[in-house]
Design a protein around this ligand. Structure first.
Ligand code: C2E
Ligand code: MG
Ligand code: MG
Length: 715
């Protein structure tokens, strides 16, 4: 129902205007006032739809009335018609400024009054409707946002609750390594409060080393946008106990698909690992004595063979067999026989160094793997000690009993290149010792003069091979782990013997080192490798680095830097594209002079890698002192990376060390996609191995990796 208010001091006017107003529509309410103050008083609590006021009134005029009326907040938009006898513009302006909407001239034309009033009422009604609609819309919007927000909050809270009940550690970190989220399990494991730790850097919780490793892995996820393959890791809980986890890292994407963080989840697999370790221990150990069995002996021997590839590390296999043990068994029974074996094995074990392995390989048969043997005399003295330990008597049911043994010795590499032939040959030697009525030891190659004669023949053959140009180089690719791109190749020496075909370096390098031929051979290797690497550039292999192995003998002469500088000058190969591989053995042999030579090489601008890292002194601290640019992790650690926790720990330690010293780390012997994925997860920089390519001829290398279209153009 529209409400019209009329303010006029003349009764006749009020009545006429009221009548006119009432005639506008059917159900209009009209309220009239004789003076402005009482009208304003009433209007404080009522909202009219139209006000019609006289200009000239007692107390104050129409302009004053309107400006006070407009101060009432609910009346700001109400239309006001002013009725005035004044024609002057000044009055109209005053009224307009005060907030009047329209004017009617007095005496009022009735028709005009009704028309104007009706129009203004209509307009006002329309405005009210629009304002109402806008309010409603705004309210709807606010309501829907609230419900959406509530639903979101509800679902993320529920999700967080679910994640808190999962028996795995789950956390998310941002690009800077700050914690975005940790679940209850993770917080409990780390001994922190999940709510307060958010926003802190993960280093605050996990320490510098682990958070640096995590950061390197997270970086791969940010860069590739892909999850990393799962990997196993050892973590310390708040009590300092080690637990094994299977960890996965995957990208956390926001609405617009950008990666906002990395989600790391780790499942505790300690129980499974303990079970596996137990089963592995059983499969590798003898039940009676707890000593390693033949399987473990073989495994250790294979590792030693791998680490002694260069022939600069000798080791010996002693096979021990008791003489006449059957008599003890027959006399006292098997149970007593077992106790006798146990007693002797304990005595033998207590005389072993940590680096040696004592194994029980049969009923009364033992074997000892003696590492770091300097010469045959060393092995002979060790065997004599073993014989005397066996011969000490043991009390069995108060009867003092003693026994003798026979020992056969095979020395690697002279008496066998692999585990199988060493076992076979030390067995043969043991039977020969037994034939000499026991308590005796025999070497497999007893005929030392024959061996010496064979060496003279090999000397001559090698000399001739060198003169006839029978040595060749093969190249094996090295790749960047993150991108999988080729970055370099290692030059590996081969002997193309017209009689016996292609011969690997293990077969002749140890001897060439003994007779000094290694020096001219390796000078040739360096020259040829640099020439070949320069040649690669014509086939699109512009930034491919060549790695050359150096022998300790070369470093004794102190001419290596000079020779390298000459070769670089004559071939025109940029120094940054040459990498020299040295073993820990070379470096440690005479550390000060070698460091001086290495520094010269670095000053030339070439790179230096420590080859077969981890097999030698494995002293991580000495690396800091050396001017090296890369560590090549030995392949013996890479092979069992996924299954052997101690190998995995060594690899991880080397990668961490490399990162902290700003050195590149290359993994050697990568044979499978699984190993490659694993190394990616560990954050290793570079890799080399059969998975990327076996060593091949220079032509083969260019064909496989170079741009062949350039090859055909240049030919
Ligand atoms: P290295 O420097 O550690 O070279 C890597 C050896 O591992 C090479 O054996 C290579 O063929 C092998 N290898 C590479 N990837 C894999 C893999 O995935 N699985 C397995 N099982 N083996 C892999 P190679 O060519 O028989 O060389 C043996 C050693 O001989 C070299 O070990 C190096 O110490 C020495 N050598 C080779 N060429 C030269 C040379 O020109 N001068 C000197 N002084 N030594 C050399
Ligand atoms: Mg090498
Ligand atoms: Mg190596």
């Amino acid at each position: 129902m529209p409400l019209i208010v009329i303010v006029d001091d003349r009764v006749s006017n009020r009545n006429i205007f009221a009548k006119l107003a009432a005639s506008i529509e059917a159900d209009i309410t009209v309220r009239t006032f004789g003076e402005p103050l009482s009208a304003l008083e009433w209007l404080k609590d009522n909202t009219p739809d139209l006000v019609i006021t006289d200009y000239k009134m007692p107390n104050f005029d129409g302009a004053e009335f309107i400006s006070r009326f407009r101060l009432l907040s609910h009346c700001e938009e109400v239309p006001v018609i002013v009725i005035t006898v004044y024609q002057e513009r000044i009055f109209r302006l005053c009224a307009l400024e005060a907030g009047a909407t329209d004017f009617l001239h007095s005496p009022v034309d009735h028709h005009e009054f009704v028309t104007r009033a009706r129009n203004l009422l209509k307009l006002h009604k329309h405005q009210l409707l629009l304002a109402d609609r806008a309010n409603m819309l705004e309210q709807e919007l606010v309501n829907s946002e609230r419900t959406h927000e509530l639903a979101l909050r509800d679902s993320s809270e529920r999700l967080a609750q679910v994640i808190d009940t999962v028996p795995a550690m789950i956390r998310a970190t941002d690009k800077d390594g700050k914690l975005l989220f940790v679940n209850a399990y993770q917080a409990a494991f780390d001994g922190v409060d999940a709510a307060t730790i958010i926003g802190n850097h993960s280093e605050a919780v996990h320490g510098q080393e682990r958070s640096a490793r995590d950061a390197a892995l997270d970086k791969i996820v940010f860069e590739t946008g892909k999850a990393l393959p799962s990997f196993e890791e050892d973590l310390l809980d708040v009590n300092g106990a080690t637990r094994v986890f299977l960890t996965t890292k995957s990208p956390l994407k926001s609405n617009n698909e950008a990666i906002s963080g990395v989600l790391t989840s780790s499942l505790d697999i300690s129980a499974r690992k303990r079970m596996e370790a137990h089963l592995r221990h059983q499969a590798h150990h003898d039940q009676l004595t707890g000593l390693p069995n033949r399987v473990l002996l073989n495994e250790r021997m294979r590792k030693l063979v791998a680490r002694a590839r260069r022939g600069d590390q000798l080791f010996a296999l002693h096979t021990i067999d008791f003489d006449g043990f059957k008599a003890i068994n027959d006399l006292l029974g098997h149970a007593a026989g077992d106790r006798f074996i146990e007693a002797i094995s304990k005595r033998l074990q207590s005389s072993m160094r940590d680096c040696d392995t004592l194994a029980r390989v049969g009923g009364d048969e033992f074997a000892v793997l003696q590492s770091d043997v300097s010469d045959t005399q060393d092995a002979a003295e060790f065997a004599i000690r073993l014989l005397s330990i066996v011969e000490q008597s043991a009390d069995l049911e108060d009867i003092p009993l003693s026994i003798t043994a026979s020992i056969g010795i095979a020395i690697h590499p002279a008496d066998g290149a692999d585990a199988e032939s060493l076992l076979r040959n030390s067995d043969l030697a043991m039977y020969r010792a037994k034939a000499e009525k026991g308590s005796h030891f025999c070497f497999y190659a007893s005929d030392m003069t024959l061996r010496a004669r064979q060496l003279v023949v090999l000397d001559k053959r090698l000399q001739r091979a060198f003169e006839n140009g029978e040595f060749i180089l093969h190249y094996q690719p090295q790749v960047d782990v993150a991108s999988g791109k080729l970055i370099g190749a290692e030059a590996l020496l081969r002997w193309q013997d017209p009689e016996h075909g292609l011969i690997g370096p293990n077969m002749f390098l140890p001897h060439a080192e003994e007779n000094g031929l290694i020096v001219p051979i390796n000078e040739w290797v360096l020259q040829k490798a640099c020439e070949d690497a320069k040649g690669w550039q014509r086939f699109g292999l512009e930034n491919i680095c060549v790695s050359v192995n150096m022998s300790p003998i070369q470093f004794r002469r102190r001419t290596v830097p000079l020779h390298v500088a000459r070769v670089l000058a004559s071939t025109g190969l940029e120094p940054r594209l040459l990498d020299i591989e040295l073993t820990e053995g070379i470096v440690m042999s005479s550390i000060d002079t070698v460091i001086a030579d290495m520094q010269h090489l670095v000053n030339l601008g070439i790179g230096i890698s420590i080859d077969d890292f981890g097999t030698g002194y494995s002293s991580l601290s000495y690396v800091k002192k050396l001017p090296v640019s890369r560590l090549k992790i030995d392949q013996s650690f890479i092979k069992n990376l996924a299954t052997d926790l101690s190998d995995a720990a060594i690899v991880r330690a080397i990668i961490t060390l490399g990162r902290s010293l700003n050195l590149k780390v290359l993994a050697e012997g990568v044979e499978t996609a699984e190993l490659f994925a694993r190394l990616q997860a560990e954050g290793c920089d570079q890799a080399q191995g059969y998975y990327f390519g076996r060593p091949i001829s220079n032509d083969g290398f260019i064909e496989a990796f170079g741009n062949i279209s350039r090859l055909s153009k240049s030919v």
